[in-house]
Design a protein around this ligand. Structure first.
Ligand code: FAD
Length: 388
């Protein structure tokens, strides 16, 4: 029988909420602490791929996915900046059962939050301190509250406060790129297919579009170089004129879409070097706190969901006394795969931004991407744990 553990999850983003969902379903006493006064997300999309779609389906979210997501269909393709097609984009796993979905981030977060008991979510709790003994871990919050738990999951993002309890602090690595992104109503673009994922690759820049909300909205992301990353706040409202100038002269499909953009957001794109360890005693890092990666494989959220399912499955075999060794096992299962994806995302960014002397070589690698995508998409973390 599963011993009920008291689990504190710090961070109510996609990773923290996905982990909390599975942990609640496994019967644990779970508390999510989010610094913001309410759970929320910016108006942008995220691609959810088969490796986590199958996990979310098992959490009971399949119907919501089909309703709120936009399933990506055949005809999705990589293109050069002039629109000429380089190759197809893979749209599902090998079995064909699980597809790729464009989701509005707020819809995904809402789906995950709605399944949790209201008493499990504590907004307005910014974690500022952590201590542990052999028997328990304790969190301190800015509002003066304290919480004791058997396990602490640090799902507090790329700027994780808790990571310093596991490894020495290091700064995030700026990629030299900004991402402009936002949503455009599909009915403003007659003639556009609102069920495909398209990626245009130019020199030092790329642009992508995929549908969310069943194709009602098109999510776009324009990736452009920048020498000035280090604003104190590195995400905010972007200037649509900068976006338009950056992609002037590209495929008319791109420029027509940008003509419809009113209010984009922008992000400085950072990742981190792979960490040597993810756990310390009763504390485990998860999601961007463990493996912040560039978005060029569309995997940050997907890997975070895999982390949460793996950690939860392993904790079903733990008791209060064996938490630390269980967390070490979690790290050994998850770290090799997440690091491969983390480094792979950097490489894929170089492909998308055409950083090749010979574009034929880049195009050959893009055409070959299906092999890597199959490795990524066919993976079932629960199956791996069951057979290990
Ligand atoms: P976050 O989403 O950052 O959540 C962390 C949470 O912790 C936040 O709610 C924060 O408020 C809270 N928090 C932080 N500090 C504290 C504290 N001290 N106390 C309490 N709470 C705290 N991924 C994909 O899988 N597919 C994609 O298509 C994709 N596209 C992307 C496009 C762009 C432009 C970018 C920038 C990223 C993209 N990603 C994508 C990556 C993905 O967004 C992240 O990897 C993912 O959101 C990480 O989830 P997380 O829960 O680990 O962290």
């Amino acid at each position: 029988m599963v011993e009920q553990l008291k689990i504190a999850v710090v961070g109510g983003g996609i990773g923290g909420l996905a982990a909390a969902n599975v942990m609640v379903q496994h019967g644990h006493d779970v508390h999510v602490f989010e610094q913001a006064s309410r759970l929320g997300e910016v108006g942008a999309g995220v691609l959810i791929t088969p490796n986590s779609v199958r996990l979310l389906a098992r959490m009971g979210l399949r119907e919501q996915f089909e309703r709120l997501g936009g399933r990506i269909q055949e005809g999705s393709s990589y293109r050069r900046m002039d629109g000429s097609v380089v190759g197809p984009i893979k749209i599902g796993d090998t079995s064909g059962e699980y597809g790729v979905f464009g989701m509005h981030r707020a819809d995904l977060l809402g789906m995950l939050a709605d399944q949790l008991p209201a008493s499990a979510v504590h907004a307005g709790h910014r974690c500022v301190g952590f201590e542990q003994t052999a028997d328990a871990a304790r969190l301190d919050f800015e509002n003066g509250e304290r919480f004791e738990a058997d396990v602490v999951v640090a799902a507090d993002g790329i700027h994780s406060r808790l990571r310093q309890e596991v490894v020495d602090p290091t700064p995030p690595v700026f990629s030299g790129m900004l991402a402009y992104r936002g949503l455009v109503p599909a009915d403003r673009l007659p003639g556009w297919r609102n069920d495909v994922h398209l990626v245009w690759m130019g020199e030092g820049k790329h642009f992508m579009v995929f549908p969310v909300r069943g194709g009602e909205l098109l999510n776009f992301v324009g990736f452009i170089p920048s020498e000035h990353p280090a604003e104190e706040s590195w995400s905010g409202r972007g200037d649509v004129n900068v976006l338009a100038q950056s992609f002037a002269g590209w495929d008319p499909l791109v420029t027509q879409l940008i003509d419809q953009v009113e209010d984009p957001f922008w992000w400085g794109l950072f990742d981190r070097e792979p960490l040597d360890r993810w756990t310390s005693g009763r504390l485990a890092l998860l999601g961007d706190a463990a493996h912040a990666m560039l978005p060029h494989l569309g995997q940050g959220a997907n890997q975070a969901i895999e982390d949460g399912v793996a950690l939860s499955a392993l904790l079903t075999q733990a008791d209060t006394a064996s938490v630390s060794e269980t967390l070490v096992r979690y790290e050994s299962v998850r770290r090799p795969r997440a690091v491969k994806v983390q480094l792979g995302a950097r490489n894929n960014g170089r492909r998308y931004d055409s950083q090749y002397e010979d574009l034929a070589q880049r195009d050959a690698e893009i055409a070959d991407a299906a092999t890597f995508r199959s490795w990524l998409y066919d993976y079932d973390v629960e199956k791996e744990l069951a057979t290990a």
